[in-house]
Design a protein around this ligand. Structure first.
Ligand code: EPU
Length: 351
């Protein structure tokens, strides 16, 4: 087991925030985790599980031992009458996995093309885009208990998926199971439907269909369109540091929605199956005039107000700090709250 000391984390977080890990272990299989747990010094230390670093804001150096998940491998593991089942290691980049499934002739993940991060991080926040969420294609996952070293399997219900949420985002407490910092995801298995049908209905995709005069796109076409739409309005984290959408889209009651529309007729809102309304956080932030604004080296992306970006490297060559990103996030929360009475909830994990 190699414990690397004082490791720069800037290459390992998509915001490109400068921070260091006091100690870091690269995990390429579960034996690596067991070696850490058996170690007299590191075994009992707090641990921090790092995937692709695409949904975190580092506000300082990371003191817990960082377990950087680098478990590889993609394979078909079985099938039944309705599904082909595939598995990927936690360290596989999510987009590579989507590409691999399509290359195998297995559609189902195309709407989630180009989402940054790793396969192992995908269930943590139940990633989703263009009408498909991870939980719609999820079968089960293997995780390792960071105290006992025991490997266990969780199905979708046990993962307690919600909108950008799962059991892995919460610490346990009375009446609530939580696995935050208590388990690391090793492998994830998906059930891809044999009777695949395109998931359409999003305005951006409907526009692409009209442009191409196409009514029944293939999975490859959908994949290409999703990639084109994302590239047009979301910053590529390889070029501009960011963590995707910074806030969740809030849900409000029909009364609250009607009340806001009475004051703000242009409010972008969608009715949910349960009768509640989802509001576009990007629109709320945009309406408060934040698009393109900056505080220090942290900024609001010009083409999508829901995305906060690192405007660095600045004079010190280091770009935004996690503190600057959080100061900007708090200022945005305050102005959206003052105008609309809605408290936006950040999506990334603040470390
Ligand atoms: N809008 C504005 N101004 C803005 C941004 C958005 O007016 O600056 C309006 C748009 O005109 C549109 C609406 O807000 O009417 C919704 O915008 P968009 O379609 O871009 O989607 P979103 O709600 O902002 C969500 C996800 C994205 C996902 C897209 C597509 C969340 C928090 N975000 O964004 O996910 O790619 O839908 O499905 O749910 C992520 O989670 O990191 C992420 C990028």
């Amino acid at each position: 087991m190699l414990v690397e000391k004082n490791v720069a984390l800037q290459p390992y977080n998509s915001f490109h925030i400068v921070a260091r890990a006091q100690a870091l272990v690269r995990v390429t299989d579960e034996a690596d985790v067991r070696s850490v747990l058996a170690d007299p010094l590191w075994g009992r230390q707090p641990k921090f599980v790092l995937g692709g670093g695409s949904n975190i804001v580092l506000t300082g150096d990371v003191e817990p031992l960082v377990l950087k998940m680098e478990i590889d491998g993609m394979r078909v593991v079985g099938e039944d009458a309705r599904y082909i089942r595939v598995e990927a290691g936690a360290g596989v980049p999510w987009h590579d996995f989507v590409c691999w499934t399509l290359a195998q002739g297995l559609p189902g993940l195309e709407n989630m093309a180009l989402i940054p991060g790793t396969v192992g991080a995908a269930p943590v926040q139940n990633i989703g885009a263009y009408g498909v969420e991870l939980q719609d294609r999820f079968w089960e996952l293997d995780a390792i208990d960071l105290q006992s070293g025991e490997v266990f399997t969780l199905n979708a219900a046990q993962c307690a998926f919600g909108y950008r949420d799962s059991v892995f985002k919460h610490a346990g407490g009375p009446g609530r199971m939580g696995l935050k910092d208590r388990a690391a995801i090793l492998r994830v298995r998906f059930a891809l439907p044999k009777d695949w049908k395109p998931v359409l209905g999003y305005a951006d995709l409907e526009r692409k269909m009209a442009e191409h005069g196409c009514t029944a796109p293939t999975a490859q076409q959908l994949f290409d369109w999703v990639c084109a739409v994302r590239r047009a309005k979301l910053p590529d984290p390889a070029v501009i540091g960011n963590a995707g959408s910074f806030f969740k889209n809030p849900t409000v009651s029909p009364e609250q929605c009607a009340d806001i529309i009475a004051r703000e007729p242009k409010l972008v809102h969608y009715k949910l199956d349960n009768g509640q309304f989802k509001l576009a956080a990007g629109w709320l932030i945009d309406a408060c005039g934040w698009k393109g604004k900056s505080m220090g080296q942290a900024g609001v992306y010009e083409k999508q107000a829901l995305v906060l970006v690192n405007r660095g490297p600045g004079v010190n060559g280091e770009g935004a700090t996690g503190g600057e990103v959080m100061t900007l996030a708090k200022a945005i929360q305050t102005s959206v709250y003052e105008r609309f009475g809605i408290l936006l909830e950040p999506e990334p994990v603040v470390v």
